[in-house]
Design a protein around this ligand. Structure first.
Ligand SMILES: [Mg+2]
Length: 572
């Protein structure tokens, strides 16, 4: 498909140098076609485009897939001894939001920010009051540790998010069970059920549904594929566009060969493997980015593996199984920064590939469609909130340190809370994936840290030329976002600065006097060219590191506040 062309809009006359928002927005693609940028990336520098399959190339229909996973998990729990009554549970897509933390100890679903501060708490199907949160979590804070917290980070976690809430509610309110005094579970006669064991049972059931050969999940999807998988007509144009522009494409999926074959044949046709230079199934990400597994060639006639470990060059059209990033790098001579990997799994696809391999990353967030629909359709709500903020500012405007009488602001604060809650409800029971009121979530902070690019669909790439420069917008601090460029900053220091040469003029003079060349400031996109020895920073660091510990290596610019424990990996 030819890249979308956009006719430039003639600049409007302007009396100042402040950007006109309407003017800027004319240059942007439609929001449903956009790719959003956390870190600048020049597409022309990418030599390898890697794709995950589930929820990336193969977008699943929601809530059909979640309902299937939910019902099969409930069935599995009943077969494991849970009461028949839980078969009445139903999956409701408006309940869960991705990225919640489940606290094993007290059985609570927590929506937290990037540091572990609790924004919303839910026990069963009831919201926790601020006092209840404070009682269990001093300072409304919880530490992310694997023994206590499970992060429900993936799209495959949505059914269990609603299921665990319904289970907690069921046992808490069941007349044969009583809450334990330490609030860690329930007891009915001789039976003690801790929230921890309840959640472990759910997790095991979910894993069984997704991975066991006796589970009906994958056969049901393949047998009714139109019901569960979205066939996006942009798949062939995208893969063709990349390859006609001399880029290599590869498929790297955790799904097994039979399932991959079924889904990819539906999306592209029987010759799907010809659209990739390399196709790897059973990848076992994130292990693939570390020690990996045995690398084999798949016998496509039988679906089983060919004998021995594959050690020769990789051939297009052939399907491989397992392997590791190290072997891949050696076989295809790919440096970390040559690769853009596109996937939906924040830990398995994006965090590991970036942190340990320095790959450029593109996260698929299907919920963005819904998030942007609320963001645009509910404009009046956001405007009303801005008006309330202004009302509050107005109340304080003429008060200073000499003011004695306190203004009555309770009603405005109450109105702001009410409006924020109304906004959250537009997204779902547990609000937006990215925010709660004015604060951003743990999920949002992970996206910012590890995804160079993100979009609702990988196919949005067809709306950009293969040489596009994805430029990150300037990140503003509160003192920048709330002070207009057009306003005049008045202070004694500012007046002094205005009387003399500007600092910029002084610096240019200093540079001329002290430096041989003026091209010394490293812009992000220029930084990429600093290493010309054929190895990227992260690969070089790996080779120099004697310990070679995965956690020691952090790609430039990444700043961890909270990292998801390695146990939190879902197999697809
Ligand atoms: Mg996936």
């Amino acid at each position: 498909m030819a890249p979308q062309t956009e006719s430039p809009v003639p600049p409007k006359e302007s009396n100042n140098n402040v950007h006109d928002h309407d003017e800027i927005s004319h240059h942007k693609r439609e929001s449903e076609h956009r790719v959003f940028v956390n870190r600048s990336l020049r597409l022309e520098k990418i030599k390898f485009f890697g794709f995950d399959m589930d929820y990336t190339l193969a977008a699943y229909k929601s809530p059909e897939l979640e309902k299937l996973g939910f019902d099969l998990t409930v069935g599995r729990l009943v077969s494991q001894g849970y009461p028949e009554e839980i078969r009445t549970f139903e999956y409701d897509p408006i309940f869960p939001v991705r990225g919640l933390w489940f606290d094993y100890q007290f059985g609570n679903l927590l929506k937290v920010d990037g540091f572990g501060n609790i924004l919303v708490g839910m026990h069963g199907l009831k919201f926790m009051k601020p006092s209840e949160i404070e009682e269990l979590y001093p300072n409304k804070f919880v530490q992310l540790c694997a023994s206590r917290i499970y992060v429900l980070n993936t799209l495959f976690n949505l059914p269990e998010t609603h299921l665990i809430a319904q289970l907690v509610q069921y046992f808490d309110t069941h007349d044969q069970f009583k809450l334990l005094p330490d609030k860690t579970g329930v007891r009915g006669g001789d039976i003690l059920i801790s929230y921890k064991s309840m959640f472990k049972d759910v997790r095991n059931a979910v894993d069984w549904v997704h991975m066991d050969s006796e589970s009906k999940m994958k056969p049901s999807i393949l047998a009714n594929i139109e019901k569960f998988v979205i066939k996006d007509e942009r798949i062939v144009p995208l893969l063709r566009m990349l390859r006609t522009n001399n880029r290599k494409t590869f498929l790297l999926t955790n799904s097994d060969y039979t399932y991959t074959e079924g889904v990819m044949s539906y999306l592209i046709g029987k010759d799907w493997a010809n659209y990739f230079d390399i196709s790897i199934v059973d990848a076992c990400k994130p292990k693939w980015f570390a020690e990996g597994t045995t690398f084999r060639e798949v016998n496509v006639e039988t679906g089983s593996f060919k004998l021995g470990i594959h050690a020769g060059p990789l051939r297009p059209g052939v399907i491989y199984s397992g392997g590791s990033c190290d072997a891949f790098r050696q076989m295809v001579k790919a440096r970390g920064k040559d690769v853009l990997y596109i996937g939906d799994h924040i830990f398995g696809d994006v965090l590991r590939s970036k942190k340990t391999r320095g790959w450029r990353t593109f996260l698929i967030v299907p919920e963005l469609d819904h998030e942007l629909t609320v963001w645009t359709d509910r404009k009046p709500l956001f405007e009303q909130l801005a008006v309330l903020d202004n009302t509050l500012a107005e109340v304080y405007k003429n008060l200073d340190g000499t003011s004695v009488e306190r203004p009555h602001i309770e009603s405005v604060i109450q109105a702001i809370r009410q409006k924020s809650h109304e906004m959250d409800q537009e997204y779902g029971v547990l609000g937006s994936l990215f925010r709660a009121g004015s604060r951003t979530t743990f999920f949002a902070s992970q996206v910012e840290r590890y995804a160079d690019l993100y979009a609702s669909s990988c196919y949005n790439l067809v709306h950009y030329p293969s040489f596009y420069f994805f430029r990150a917008p300037m990140l503003l601090m509160p003192h920048e976002s709330t002070v207009d460029h057009a306003s005049i900053h008045k202070s004694a220091r500012a007046d002094q600065l205005r009387r003399q040469d500007s600092v910029g003029q002084q610096v240019r003079g200093w540079t001329k006097k002290n430096l041989q060349t003026e091209n010394t400031f490293c812009h992000e996109e220029e930084e990429e060219d600093q290493n010309s020895d054929g190895k990227d920073d992260v690969d070089s660091a790996r080779e120099k590191s004697s310990s070679d510990g995965e956690g020691d290596l952090i790609s430039p610019g990444s700043t961890d506040v909270v990292v998801v424990p390695s146990e939190h990996i879902d197999q697809e």
